[in-house]
Design a protein around this ligand. Structure first.
Ligand code: PBG
Length: 316
């Protein structure tokens, strides 16, 4: 009876698995601050995506960890860069059965750890950075990404990427914009996952949003849509459900929310200590994100969720 009246349902097809591929390792490595999440090799990544697909997961978001970093983050647009070669592998393996979304930023590839070109005074040059993003978008589409997801929060990035994709013959490659992305402490474990530390103990407050601001998220989201975003995202998720809910009211495109690394780690750590029940809380968190209005959830819980769902369907 309770299920009959339930207003919200989470399905594995709502979930997008963030995955990491690392150059130059022989075996996949578990990320210590993200238990159950790995830096994959090209081969182990292929196996992971096939296995997720078999359990009904429809999409993944790919991040690359290059062996070498430089000030421009050239691994983000080098056709031989780790993410590009891994995208090509995956496209050959799964075709169109899984939507391959490429995170589009340069911070995993820059020696200083910022999401763009850094000027001599240490600040990030917004407009010079846009050109790198345009190159990365085309490289990712060419390698086989079905969709690109700009996460750097530079002003004007969606418009520049749209124009670059259109100009290179990828007019049909959509953009999932990280539209309302906050300067959050909850990204800590992710930075272990991609081996990023921002030079001089810096932060991203100059380009990511201030957690104190809600109206600004609407401005950012509407700007991305005006520039051609096809789907939009709020990030982090659970600490920003008011933003998810407000954006849901204002836009009609698919809305994603990113349940980020720190949100996942807090759950895992508390559960490992026996302080909370992992499965009950994981379901509650994912349900809450959907209840607030997200259509899609990027979450490191995807494998756990899909395994359980697959086990259930085998039982029945
Ligand atoms: C930037 C990017 C970040 C995350 C996704 N894309 C890190 C940042 O902005 O510092 C964080 C994801 C997470 O914490 O799970 N390329």
């Amino acid at each position: 009876m309770r299920a009959l009246g339930a207003e919200t349902r989470v399905d594995e097809t709502d979930l997008i698995a963030p995955l990491f591929v690392r150059e130059g390792i022989a075996e996949r490595i578990e990320i210590s601050s993200l238990p159950g999440v790995y830096q994959d090799t090209r081969d182990s990544l292929r196996r992971e995506v096939v296995s997720l697909a078999e359990m009904g997961v429809r999409a993944i978001m790919l991040f690359g960890v290059p062996a070498d970093k430089d000030p421009e983050g050239s691994g983000a647009f080098d056709p031989e860069g780790i993410v590009q070669v891994a995208l090509a592998d995956l496209r050959a393996e799964v075709g169109d059965d899984v939507v391959l979304i490429a995170d589009l930023c340069v911070d995993e590839y820059t020696s200083h750890g910022h999401c763009g070109i850094v000027r001599d005074d240490g600040t990030v040059d917004n407009d010079a950075t846009l050109e790198l993003y345009a190159r990365a978008a085309v490289a990712q589409a060419r390698a086989g990404a079905h969709m690109v997801a700009p996460s750097g929060m530079m002003d004007g990035q969606v418009g520049v990427i749209r124009a670059a994709l259109d100009g290179a013959g990828y007019a049909e490659t959509p953009i999932l914009a990280y539209s309302a992305k906050y300067a959050s402490g909850l990204y800590g474990p992710f930075r272990d996952a991609v081996d990023v530390s921002i030079v001089g103990g810096g932060d991203r407050k100059a380009y990511q949003q201030d957690p104190r601001n809600a109206r600004e998220a609407i401005v950012e989201t509407l700007a991305d849509l005006a520039q051609g975003a096809d789907m939009v995202m709020v990030k982090p998720a659970v600490a920003y459900l008011d933003i998810v809910s407000e954006i849901r009211r204002q836009v009609d495109v698919p809305l994603a929310a990113y349940h980020v690394s720190g949100e996942y780690s807090m759950l895992k750590a508390a559960a490992a200590n026996g302080w909370i029940d992992h499965d009950v809380v994981a379901d509650e968190l994912l349900t809450s994100i959907k209840r607030a209005g997200a259509d899609l959830i990027l979450t490191y819980l995807t494998r756990w969720f899909a395994e359980r769902a697959a086990g259930r369907s085998l039982d029945t």
